[in-house]
Design a protein around this ligand. Structure first.
Ligand SMILES: [Zn+2]
Ligand SMILES: [Zn+2]
Length: 388
């Protein structure tokens, strides 16, 4: 794909700047949690209708999922939009910008395919509940990737980077059941469920020494008993287990469950193990898609860096990247490091700087999609990388 196409896509996006800003601000000022994103979806689909598309909503049996498509013939490239927010910090992950960039890129590619009479299909998939709920996992199970050849999305960060992968994650709630008793008067009649929780943490901390550098195990106590003078009959915790390796996540999960069992044996409490949310797979970025995205942002004046190691967070786009070639690269919302999922990140996601960079990322994403659709040699390279 020549840079001429990039310029044309970027021009299309910049021409719609005012309406795109309105879309981004509307979502940013109206944060909605997983599977409750009705307002965000109404804003995005209204934008698409005004632009001449006919979005399908609900999609995949999910009320806050949607699909729009344009073009005909093969191949088909999908762009994912996200729009869910976080408890307390609202759009502290900047998903308002993800949705805006996705809509912008979709419309630009659709216009380019139509104006130049090019074969190929561009699809926009509105995916709810990335932060908790695994919207994409449910959409894939419902068949959203059938007929899709490759996919991508862009995500805000404090810097521009390629997709460097992410961790697989599996999450558990563990509830220990013991026996209440007077903690001073008759402690011998009790079974302390909180002790089981404490021993689970101790076991996990000991195991930490034997896991790879890229693995993570982090937990919180969600219930620690009622009062110090009552032996806790019930205590619970929630753990997130992560690894960038699909093999290691299985090992860590098995050991974690063994440690839970060990805590049962050591205390006499019994454990109730409840999976929390659906597991997400690790993200396996496609090198050729990454390269083309970086060429695009560079040509538009955005500087990127190559991080020293891969991403350690987790995303349901991981499951997408195991099903089709895909990437999930980043664009900056600030010019200095700030933590994700924070008030600072929420504020940054509403600035002119962030919005402008989201449009640059959208143009580079549109260019990556269009290159895949129209350049058979590039498509062959992307597909070969995925199979390898
Ligand atoms: Zn997030
Ligand atoms: Zn996010």
């Amino acid at each position: 794909m020549t840079m001429k196409a990039l310029d044309s896509l970027n021009k299309h996006i910049r021409e719609n700047k005012t309406d795109l800003r309105r879309l981004s601000d509307a979502i940013w000022t109206h944060p909605e949690l997983a599977y409750e994103e009705k307002f965000a979806v109404s804003q995005a689909t209204e934008y698409l209708r005004k632009a001449g598309f006919s979005p399908v909503i609900p999609y995949c049996g999910l009320e806050t999922s949607f699909k729009a498509e344009s073009g005909s013939g093969k191949p088909t490239f999908a762009i994912f939009a996200e729009y869910d927010a976080l408890p307390d910090v609202g759009h502290g992950c900047g998903h308002n910008l993800i949705c805006t960039a996705a809509v912008a890129a979709f419309c630009a590619v659709a216009a380019e395919l139509k104006n130049k009479n090019l074969p190929g299909k561009i699809v926009l998939l509105g995916s709810p509940a990335e932060e908790s709920g695994g919207g994409k996992v449910k959409m894939i199970e419902a068949g959203c990737l059938e007929g899709i050849d490759a996919a991508m999305m862009v995500h805000p960060s404090w810097r521009a980077t390629p997709d460097t992968g992410s961790s697989a994650i599996t999450r558990y709630d563990v509830v220990f059941h013991g026996k209440a008793s007077h903690a001073a008067g008759a402690p011998e009649l009790g079974i302390n469920a909180l002790s089981a929780v404490n021993l689970l943490f101790a076991g996990v901390n000991a195991y930490r020494e034997q896991i790879p550098e890229d693995a993570r195990m982090h937990g919180i106590i969600t219930c620690g008993g009622e009062a110090p003078n009552i032996t806790p009959a019930k205590a619970s915790c929630r753990f997130f287990l992560r690894s960038t390796g699909e093999d290691w996540i299985k090992k860590i999960e098995k050991r974690f469950l063994d440690i839970v069992h060990g805590a049962e044996l050591m205390t006499g409490a019994t454990a109730e193990i409840i999976p929390f949310n659906v597991p997400y797979m690790s993200r396996e970025p496609n090198a050729a898609l990454n390269r083309t995205y970086l060429e695009g942002i560079s040509a538009l004046g955005m500087k990127y860096i190559l991080p020293a190691h891969g991403g350690r967070g987790s995303s349901d786009f991981g499951n997408v990247s195991h099903a089709v070639p895909g990437i999930h690269p980043y664009f900056p919302v600030t010019d200095h490091e700030i933590p994700g999922h924070s008030e600072a990140f929420r504020i940054a996601s509403g600035t002119d700087f962030a919005f402008d960079n989201a449009l640059t990322a959208a143009a580079a994403m549109a260019n990556t999609a269009l290159t895949y659709l129209t350049d058979p040699a590039f498509k062959a390279e992307v597909d070969a990388g995925f199979k390898a």
